[in-house]
Design a protein around this ligand. Structure first.
Ligand SMILES: NC(=O)c1ccc[n+]([C@@H]2O[C@H](COP(=O)([O-])OP(=O)(O)OC[C@H]3O[C@@H](n4cnc5c(N)ncnc54)[C@H](OP(=O)(O)O)[C@@H]3O)[C@@H](O)[C@H]2O)c1
Length: 242
């Protein structure tokens, strides 16, 4: 890839919420966005305002729990572009308070989407990331997974009880750290972030924080320079304890 080639990012779960805001912000930053969505219709609806602003966006079908979907995408991207620069593992769900499911069923679904889904996508995209001159992986985690913060009674979210979601994101953090070490010699920087408690469908639009505010730290980690960190966990205020 030459210095002047446009950077390419793949964002999972980009048809709404934080993922859609990340897609729009990266397009504004001049990155070609591959907007991952489970249905092309939902993806095209999210892509329309980005295109209207002049952003470059390609909608791609992506269900991270579906091995065939991920394999087909990897094959198409290899044929069409030959590389990607940035992977944002954003697709995720929090099911602790969903009625009608047992704790085991909730955990199994969250492991399948948040953990195995992100891992499947990462593994499929590694050959394409290895072709980039500045490859970056950003794993969207949550500070609810922080063991360090959980023990701090003065922490702002000390009252939040989502043990299953937190466990799934703790696994995402463990994978982040492990992959950062494993991929260091290939120059692939891997970081986990917490976007902050943000108004989306996932939170019933409860807090005031906007998806644009949530996207800021994801952009920072997606566009890291070569002197930037790897194997870290951050929010927009700086490093978070694991
Ligand atoms: N909002 C917060 O306060 C907050 C805080 C910390 C971390 N996070 C994390 O931020 C990320 C985005 O959350 P959000 O608040 O923006 O949630 P959201 O609005 O509910 O969006 C979730 C996205 O994930 C997609 N998705 C779900 N299952 C998928 C699958 N199997 N394959 C591919 N995509 C799938 C959804 O697609 P469909 O539209 O097809 O369902 C949707 O695009 C998640 O990882 C979440 O855990 C959020």
């Amino acid at each position: 890839m030459s210095e002047t080639t446009q950077k390419i990012v793949l964002v999972s779960g980009a048809n709404r919420g934080i993922g859609a805001a990340v897609a729009a912000a990266l397009a504004r930053a001049g990155v070609h966005v591959l907007l991952g969505a489970r249905t092309l219709e939902a993806g095209e609806a999210a892509a329309a305002p980005i295109r209207a602003e002049g952003g470059k966006v390609t909608v791609v079908q992506l269900d991270v729990t579906d091995a065939a979907s991920v394999a087909a995408l990897a094959g198409n991207l290899a044929a069409d572009f030959g590389y990607i620069d940035i992977l944002v593992n954003n697709a995720g769900v929090g099911l602790d308070y969903v009625p009608g499911l047992s704790a085991v069923e909730k955990m199994e679904q969250m492991l399948a989407i948040n953990v195995v889904g992100g891992l499947r996508l990462t593994e499929a995209m590694l050959p394409l990331l290895e072709k980039s001159t500045a490859p970056r992986i950003v794993n969207v985690s949550s500070e609810l997974a922080s063991f360090g913060l959980r023990h701090d009674p003065s922490w702002g979210h000390h009252d939040k009880v989502m043990p299953l979601y937190a466990a799934s994101k703790a696994a995402v953090n463990a994978l982040t750290l492990g992959y950062a070490f494993a991929l260091a010699d290939k120059g692939i920087k891997v970081n986990a972030i917490c976007p902050g408690y943000t108004a989306t469908e996932a939170t019933n639009f409860m807090p005031d924080r906007t998806v644009d505010e949530a996207a800021v730290v994801i952009l920072q980690m997606a566009l890291l320079g070569d002197d930037g960190p790897t194997g870290g966990f951050f929010n927009d205020q700086g490093p978070l304890p694991w």
